[in-house]
Design a protein around this ligand. Structure first.
Ligand SMILES: [Cu+2]
Length: 106
């Protein structure tokens, strides 16, 4: 019984400490990325979901020299995986005042 309990503790620690990649969601509403700044772990994916009534948006990591995402409409989303640690500012293509930041931790 004690031994089983020890195994259970060990297993719990392994699960808690595992680096399973996650998908973290950012919502877009009222011409804002919500939350505007997020912190994820290396290997995680960020998914931006458009919650507007009728406005499309894009996600553009302009400073990384990447192409802008396709425009995505209400109910649609776009996503990007982050495999490198760092601070990554981005913006919406059609609305330069819409900005956000993804912080990626090792
Ligand atoms: Cu926009």
């Amino acid at each position: 019984m004690v031994r089983a309990f020890r195994y259970w503790i060990l297993l719990s620690l392994l699960i808690a400490g595992s680096s399973l990649a996650e998908t973290v969601r950012v919502e877009i509403k009222g011409y804002q990325f919500i939350p505007e700044e997020i912190t994820v772990k290396q290997g995680d994916t960020v998914e931006w979901v458009n919650r507007e009534k009728r406005q499309y948006h894009s996600v553009w990591f302009e400073e990384l020299g990447e192409p802008e995402s396709d425009y995505f409409f209400p109910g649609e989303s776009t996503s990007r995986q982050f495999n490198q640690a760092g601070k990554f500012p981005y913006r919406c293509g059609p609305h330069p005042e819409m900005t956000g930041v993804v912080n990626v931790e090792e």
